[in-house]
Design a protein. Sequence first.
Length: 101
Amino acid sequence: MREEERKELKERIYGLMNGLLDLEAHPVAESRFVEDEFGEDKVCGMAYRSVMEANQRLCERLYSENGDPDVESIIDNMMCISYHLCMKMFDYGEFFSRRRN
């Protein structure tokens, strides 16, 4: 697989796991195997809901109607860290699966 195709696959899987893709408008084959981890009853969905509720409480305490820049920075950077780790995990999974074969 070419590097560009590999990167697109990683992005597609990430998008599926995060519920970012509109599967009705643009169905993808991998959706048969990859679940949206942000569904109501999924670990990530429940954790994200908790984060957003905490964010709302903080903003109320800080009297900020439009969100607090520090809170937004924390959330954005944690999402950046998560994205980076997901991409590396994919690479490591691919590496170790080839190594075993």
